[in-house]
Design a protein around this ligand. Structure first.
Ligand SMILES: [Zn+2]
Length: 260
């Protein structure tokens, strides 16, 4: 799945010669990362990849960058941030697999001559395995003496606080519990409304968890729908506001980092 509007930035839709020519300008290359994970009865399981891909496409467009196809699998779902591994459909990688995959991609980009990369993460549980992939790739690339610079970001960290407060009447449950809830549902309504089943949004939710995690996972505290916080107030308009305000902050942040 990709936004046709941004297709000209997609490396996988280019010829190698076109890519080689674009690399001469030292473009910033964006890699979206998601997961295949239950997102309640009303959202598709590829939600995190769809959202990180949409954010990456818009930020790349604002900076004349290029975009890699998304990594559409992620690290194992955790009860307190994704409902856990007990749902059919949730299909997860071992941490080492995700780390190794990112490491490989980054080494290949370096071989092509790419020097500026932004990893746009859309799945909470991926964070430290992506960090490890970056760290190991940079260790491999040490002979290049710091020529490659990589940012890892979670797109939700850029949503302005006042935008969040306006959507929750001061009742923001925190990003972990926002799994398949108001924010993700709103953004999906703005981007891919045909993939959202409004009638299936559950009445239940908020997940209630102890301060610790239990293994083997037993599903305790996870609402049976898999949705961890109320989603009923979601709307396409909120989604558009979230996407636009978040993308603007991300463009500004990446611009500062790469001095472009
Ligand atoms: Zn999600």
């Amino acid at each position: 799945m990709f936004d046709a509007e941004y297709a000209h930035r997609r490396i996988d839709l280019m010829s190698w010669t076109a890519y080689r020519d674009r690399l001469k300008d030292n473009p910033i290359i964006f890699l979206p990362v998601g997961a295949l994970e239950q997102h309640g009865p009303h959202l598709p399981m590829g939600c995190d990849a769809i959202l990180s891909e949409a954010m990456a496409a818009r930020v790349a467009d604002g900076l004349d960058g290029l975009q890699l196809p998304a990594l559409r699998y992620g690290y194992k779902s955790q009860a307190r941030s994704g409902g856990g591994q007990l749902f059919p459909g949730t299909t997860s990688l071992d941490g080492a697999t995700l780390t190794a995959t990112l490491r490989d991609i980054l080494r290949e980009l370096a071989r092509h001559g790419a020097r500026r990369v932004v990893v746009v993460n859309g799945h909470v549980e991926n964070q430290w395995f992506l960090t490890e992939g970056i760290d190991l790739a940079l260790r491999d690339l040490a002979p290049m003496q710091g020529q490659m610079k990589i940012l890892r970001c979670e797109y939700w960290n850029y949503t302005p606080q006042d935008v969040l407060e306006s959507m929750f009447d001061g009742d923001f449950p925190g990003v972990d519990l926002e799994h398949a809830a108001l924010l993700e549902t709103s953004m999906m309504l703005a981007l891919q409304p045909q993939l959202v089943d409004l009638d299936a949004i559950p009445e239940d939710a908020l997940g209630e968890f102890p301060g610790h995690d239990v293994y083997p996972q037993d599903g305790r505290g996870v609402p049976s729908s898999g949705v961890l916080a109320p989603a009923r107030a979601a709307s396409a308009e909120k989604g558009r506001t979230l996407i636009e305000s978040t993308v603007a902050e991300m463009v500004a942040a990446v611009r500062r980092e790469f001095a472009v």
